[in-house]
Every structure is written in C-alpha cells, then in structure tokens.
Design a protein around this ligand. Structure first.
Ligand SMILES: [Zn+2]
Length: 268
C-alpha cells in the first residue's frame, strides 16, 4: 500500500514535469520573457538621494529662493519618478527640512558623515546629492547645470562610475531647457567636473575630493555625485526652472530619468 502511494506520487510529479516541459517548448517566447522579468526583478539597485542642506546648514538663499527647501522638493519628485521603474529601491538622506544626523551649527561635517553612513547602512549603489547654485558675483554667465563627480585619485573606478552617472543625468537636465554650466572653478565646458582638495589626502597620499560628501562616500566605496541643477542668482534659471512646484518636479523627473538610464532600468 505504502509502495503504491509512493509510486503514485512519483508518477504525478513526472506528469507535472512533463506538462511544464511541453508548455515551455510550446511557448519559448513566454518562457524567455518570464526569465527576463525574473532577472529584472532580481536586479535590485539601491539609490540614495541626498537633498543638500537643511535648516541649520543653509544652502543658497536669494530672491525668495531657499535651496534646502527646493532640494528636498526635487528629491521627493525624483523618488516618486524613480519608483515607476523596476528593480530599484530609493531612499532619501532627509525627509524633512531638518538634519537628522546632528544639527551642529558650527559644522556640517557630522551631518554629512551621517548622510553617507545612512547610505552605507542601506547598501547604496550610488548617492546622488541634489543642489542648486549661487554665484556671489551675480555673473549672468553662471547659469545652468553641472555635475561634480569623484576625482580620479585613490579609487579611479568610483570616478568612472560617477562620470557615467553624470553623463546620463546631465542630458536629461538640459532636455528641460537648462544650459550646461561652464563652472568658473573648473571651466572645461562639459558641465561634468571634479574638485580636489589642496591640503587633504586619501590614505595613498593622493588629493582628496574637495567636497566631504564625495570624499566620505569614496572612502565608503560608494560613487557620489553632486548635481547642481541651476543658479538661483541667474534671473533666467530662477524664473524658468526654480520658481514653481512644476518646475522643481521637472528637475526631479530629469534626475530620475538619468539615474534609470545609468542602471538600464525599465518602467514597470
Ligand atoms: Zn548646495
């Protein structure tokens, strides 16, 4: 009796396997599509968006524009857009106007370290820090977008990842009508630049990246880029790109489009 039941179960399993095999051979397209979907689902990238500044570590403030607020709004729109894609988890380093990592008014070091530590704790593949710019000379030539990437020292692989990420985000931003900013600190005409410290070095003695968020991320093994969307001191940028929620949403969507392209993500 026992033997009969066992052989009956075996026969049922064999029959089920045969049916699966026949279905697989009959619908090879469906089988491959299912495999691709499974692969896409398995591809889980983690993006950490970092809305620059907060109520203690102020960004630029000009003519009604408050950078800390605008950066948070852009980040929220960007997260919303990115979550329309498969295989991505998105986190923000802050979701309110305050710094959640210690609000020392004398220094932003602790807050920036906290942002990078948070990104590391959630397994970030990239950190995209969202900012806007201010030109103290009110130079009208200082307008448009630029992206600051890790320098080529210490971890050249992280520089390359940042470069590729920037190459995807910048065209998405200029498609909204923004120009490419030719940064006076590094006027290379491409809108993708690095900035190195003249005093601090990495453990191998090479110059550190100037910005703490980038150098701390590099030390943590994470490519981080700083996206400077537009200049609040440019009347054109301010009026056409930084004045309404719709305009900020357009910037967040452009960032998300570039990030999705970098990772090869597909819409749900
Ligand atoms: Zn800023």
């Amino acid at each position: 009796m026992k033997k009969n039941i066992t052989s009956k179960i075996k026969r049922m399993i064999c029959a089920a396997l045969a049916v699966t095999l026949v279905l697989a051979l009959a619908n090879p397209g469906e089988v491959f599509a299912a495999k691709a979907k499974k692969k896409a689902a398995a591809k889980k990238v983690v993006v950490v968006l970092d809305p620059g500044h907060d109520t203690v570590h102020h960004g630029c403030s000009y003519n009604g524009f408050e950078e800390g607020y605008a950066n948070l709004a852009i980040a929220m729109y960007c997260k919303q857009e990115l979550e329309r894609y498969n295989g991505v988890t998105v986190y923000l380093t802050r979701t309110t106007l305050d710094c959640p990592y210690g609000a020392d008014p004398a220094s932003s070091t602790g807050c920036l370290a906290g942002r990078v530590n948070f990104a590391k704790s959630v397994g970030a593949n990239v950190i995209v820090s969202l900012h806007n710019d201010y030109d103290p000379d009110m130079d009208p030539a200082q307008c448009g977008s630029k992206i600051i990437i890790p320098n080529a020292f210490y971890r050249p692989d992280i520089c390359l990842a940042g470069f590729s990420l920037a190459q995807n985000i910048l065209p998405a931003l200029t498609s909204t009508g923004l120009t490419v900013n030719n940064w006076k600190t590094d006027p290379n005409g491409t809108g993708i630049c690095t900035r190195s410290s003249s005093i601090s070095t990495y453990p191998d003695g090479t110059p550190k990246d100037y910005y703490a968020l980038i150098n701390k991320s590099k030390s943590a093994g994470i490519p981080a880029v700083i996206v400077e969307h537009a200049f609040c001191t440019s009347p054109s940028d301010l009026q056409n790109h930084l004045s309404t929620p719709e305009q900020l949403a357009r910037l967040g969507v452009a960032d998300a489009t570039g990030i999705a392209r970098y990772f090869g993500l597909s819409l749900r």
